[in-house]
Ligand binder design. Sequence first.
Ligand code: SF4
Length: 308
Amino acid sequence: MVSNLFVAVPHGFCAGVSRAVRIVEDTLKEYGAPIYVRHEIVHNKHVVNEFQKRGVIFIEDFDEITDTTRPVILSAHGTEQCVLQKGNERGLKLIDATCPLVKKVHRQIQKLETVGANIIVIGKNTHPEIIGTIGQIDNHGQITIINSEQEAEGITLPDDKLVGVVTQTTLSVDKVQKIISILQRKFPALITANKNDICYATTHRQAAITELTKRCEALIIIGSKNSSNSKQLQQTAVHNGINKAWLIDDVSELPADELRGIENLGISAGASAPEYLVDNLIAKLKEDFANLKIHDIIVAEENIEFKS
Ligand code: SF4
């Protein structure tokens, strides 16, 4: 029976997601429905479903647009230059909701291209953020995408060229640090903008999970299965020895039977999960466990806001 509920602070929406959601809200207000959004605006089932109900049409390709007079919002994950060009050539009204921290990575990869460096990209090659990032430069022959320490060890590149690295913003902080250390050993002059490009929100949310794992036998993370930062929270818990770490979309997926033997439970939410989902989960847990004590575990205060 759960007696203590430890709540990760911060959790939930980051500044980039808040900005992207606000851009969709503002566009709906200004233009009315329908409007288009290329790709899920952020990777969360509830956010996407709510917007669909209000007349937002999610597309993967501009060819799906039937009314080219309507605005088209580009998702927070970033968009390839060739896609922007295609949209502009078709005269679409494009509104870019790319997170400014993803844009920063775009500028880094462009700079690396300008100096003629071989570019190592750390991330998942099918994730839209990585597709958007490599889509900022023309010469894809310069790019090697890796996502593990083994792949970092296996890279061979010519000695006579500069080597630079950029990172997906939502990866595991620990894993990326290990990969970068390997790359720095192999390529001592490795060009990195910072230690890595993992954003403040990912870093804080993973640090909060680590604190929870010192106090809890099990963890629940609210987030969708296609959300990279949410999945990393679950994996951070597992890496810290918590085998019972569930990633759920909402309270309807609460693993109620599994909670019977748990005394100390932790909860968090990915950067794309709305706060009301966390509130609903806490309300249900309070209902199920009458003497539940709630403790906030605060690892950082976040005051960052990105203007639309
Ligand atoms: S997780 Fe980080 S990079 Fe992604 S939208 Fe949020 S602040 Fe931006």
